[in-house]
Every structure is written in structure tokens, then in C-alpha cells.
Write a protein that binds this ligand. Sequence first.
Ligand SMILES: Cc1cc2nc3c(=O)[nH]c(=O)nc-3n(C[C@H](O)[C@H](O)[C@H](O)COP(=O)(O)OP(=O)(O)OC[C@H]3O[C@@H](n4cnc5c(N)ncnc54)[C@H](O)[C@@H]3O)c2cc1C
Length: 435
Amino acid sequence: MSEKLDIIVVGAGVFGLASAYHLQKKNPSKKILLIDRLADAGQANTAMSAAAVRNTFSSRTNQILTDTTIDFYIDVQENLKFDLDLQLVGYLWLLTEKQLADPLNKKWMEKMDANKIKYELYEGENLKRKLPELSMKVSDNEEARIMNLEDIKAGLFGVKCGILDPSKLVSFYKNEFARISKVKPMFNTEVEELILEPPNKLGVPGEPFIWQDPSVVGVKTADGEIRGDTVVMAAGTWVNKLTDPTGIDGRVKVKKRQLFRVSTEGSQSLKSILNVKSFNKFNSLPFTVLPRGVYLRPVRQEESFWVGCADKLNRPFKYVQTEDDWKSEQNYFEQSMYPVLSAYLPAFKDVRPASGWAGAYAYSYDAVPYVYKEAGMIFATGDSGSGIMKADAVGRMVDALYRGEKTTTLHGGVKIDTGTLSIGNRKVEKEEVLI
Ligand SMILES: Cc1cc2nc3c(=O)[nH]c(=O)nc-3n(C[C@H](O)[C@H](O)[C@H](O)COP(=O)(O)OP(=O)(O)OC[C@H]3O[C@@H](n4cnc5c(N)ncnc54)[C@H](O)[C@@H]3O)c2cc1C
């Protein structure tokens, strides 16, 4: 591409898309190129996601990012009439006595109370009445005892939480960006390298020298160089691959994550769980998290559940997502998730997944995203497994940083310091409630 661009957004996942959209909306005269190595937008981890949304975080920053992003999605669906298949079915955390008494969880609830994040606590019989298929007492089950599974005491129900269709969210941002953009996005185009150059190039071999203050002025692809004043780095779990050769720190660690589809076909009890009537107006199971982190995402249009678990120990951190991270592991379902699932929900006994898939999370060190400027680039990374539910806020912060605004206005007029997600001036608490 010969023409010089104002902004190049590398990566058309949900972070890149939301960034491109908000940048273009607020800077209508700027030429913004969205570039991705895949055939279309949102085909990498965004497409692999469970696409659940919740505002029930412990970190105040994550609460704000998600609360305003969910409000934006509600607005898109209800007022702009763009169907995202957003259903606020709720999030149900099933907690043991120990978990209920855990000071971290107590603090989590206090922080939600303090910030008016709505949740309800269903204890004992009240929970059992709502979800009769749940086996709350597992301590008399020998297998459960071997696995150190404990009885469930309560369910914490997050109200402004739910699920959406990630492909519809991608279409929304992609279409809206295309409508206002001056530059056609480039797909099937891999960024092979970042171009690092000094502002006043001397044309001497060995440049850039340490005294030249080089910055990233564009990208190299197989078809040549593309130059832009600002590069927005939204390459997710591949960021280190692009930044490492330039000596810039990509700052994320990558971990594989998997989902398995379990059909309710032929099982009345599974259908009753999926279509339970006591939690929300959709007559749907909420997004439900069992002790040990095994979770169920209802997919009622497929008469199925997606079952996942973000395992911590024994799942290696990687530096960059690899081919292997796209393959689900049947034995992970059978040996790690299934025993927990069938102990608490016996209706899943002998059930096997019809299919599975995998992707990866790009973790920041505190599980709050990164939005910062470095060497001519604006980074929008560190999704930490909750990028769908934070994307709109992240996109707005990228735009505010680009325009040099000290304060970002999020959806609904909520203000946040634009430096909040930066590195040098980072003002966030470590997130304690991760799935
Ligand atoms: C199993 C699973 C379940 C999840 N569940 C949830 C959930 O319930 N809720 C939630 O909010 N989040 C969830 N997530 C996380 C969510 O999917 C991510 O946070 C989100 O997709 C991150 O978006 P992104 O744009 O940063 O990354 P991606 O969607 O991965 O986009 C990065 C893009 O960069 C492109 N790219 C990379 N390198 C280059 C290059 N060199 N040249 C050109 N293009 C490049 C890639 O092709 C890709 O399209 C889940 C993720 C997984 C894997």
C-alpha cells in the first residue's frame, strides 16, 4: 500500500475491532487500516470464546470496564436494534462452605456491594429449589471424597451478566467500522515485522542508533511495507512474536483454554437443567461455575451446553499461541472436568462431548487489560480471558489515548483516567475472581 495511513490496527479480533470503530468514530478524517492474517475479522480467539459477560469482578477497574461494556451491548441490541443475541441469563457461582468463608470472597462481595454491582445469594434449600438437579451434598459420595470435592452451601448469582453471540458482536463492530472508514480492511495479510525507524533517518547502515529515538512507523507484509503514524497493537496472544524482534516487551503470557459441546439430546434431566425456569426470564440455566472452576455455558439454540474449565496448575504458560493451542483434548474433559461435573450434576453421568475446540488467553500480570503507548504504538492487549466483556471500554480508551485525552468517557458517561491501564502509571488492583 503506497498511501500513508494515520493508523494501522494490527489484529481484527474484538479488541482491534472495537479500537478501530471508536478511533474512526472520534477521528472521522483519519485513514485507519484494519489488518489481519486470517480470512475475516474475529476468527481467532474471539470466535473460540464462551462469550459470557459479567460485571461481577473484584477489581474496581474490571468492574467499570465490564459494566460499561455490557451497558453498551444492551444499548446496541435494544436501541440500535442490532441483535447480538445478548441474554442476561445471569452468572451462578456455586460455592462451598470454605469458599463462602474465604476472606478473598468476602472482600469480593464487599467490593461489589460498595460499587453497587448487583448480585443475590441463594443458600441451602433456596438454591436446591431453584436447581433441583444439583447435588449439593457430595461428601457422602466416595469418588467425590477422593477428589476432595466439598458440599455446596450457596449460589452467588450475578444479575447484570449473561451470554451473547461473538460472531454477531464482531459483525456489529466490523459493519459499523466499514460504514465510516475510508480504508478497506486487509484480511489474509500477515504482519511479518514491525518497522522501527528514527524520525530523521540518516540512511547509514546500522540505524537506528540508541540516540535516535526510534519508533514503530509501520508494518511489513509479504506484499511490502505499510506506513502509518500510529500502530495499534491488538494481536492478542501473538503480540510477543511481533514485538520481540524490536526489543519491545509484549508483556503477556499465554495459556491454552478449551470448550466442549455437550448435547442434551435423549436426556430429560439435561434438558431440565438447560431450561430451568427459576433464574431468569429466558428460562435458561445461568452461566454456571462449579467448585474447582468447571463451568457450563447454556446454548439453548443448539440444545447444548458448552463446558469449560480454565485450569491453573499443570497447564503451562506459553509465550505465543501455537498450533497445538487450537486442539481440544478429550482426556482433559474425561479426566479433569467430567468427574467434577457428574459429581455435582449427576444428570451428566456417562455423557461425552459431541465436539470440542480450543484457543488461548493473553494474560496480563494482574488480569486487567493493557492500554498504553510505547514506541509509536498503542497496545490493546492482556485480555486475560475476558476480552469480549471489556472490549468496548478498551476501544474507547485506545481512542482517548490516541487523542491525548487524560480522561476517557466510557459508555453511559462514566469517566476513567486514560492512564489507568497503562504500564508506567497503572492504577489497578489485581483481579481475584477469575474463571
Ligand atoms: C475457550 C475460551 C473461552 C473464552 N470465554 C470468554 C468469555 O466467556 N467471555 C469473555 O469475555 N472472553 C472469553 N474468552 C476470551 C476472549 O475470547 C478474548 O479475550 C478475546 O477474544 C480477545 O480478543 P483479541 O482481539 O485480543 O484477540 P483475538 O480474537 O485472538 O484477535 C487477535 C487477532 O490478531 C490477529 N493477528 C495476530 N498476529 C497477527 C499478525 N502478525 N498479522 C496479522 N494479524 C495478526 C489474529 O489473526 C487475530 O484475529 C475466551 C477465550 C477462550 C479461548
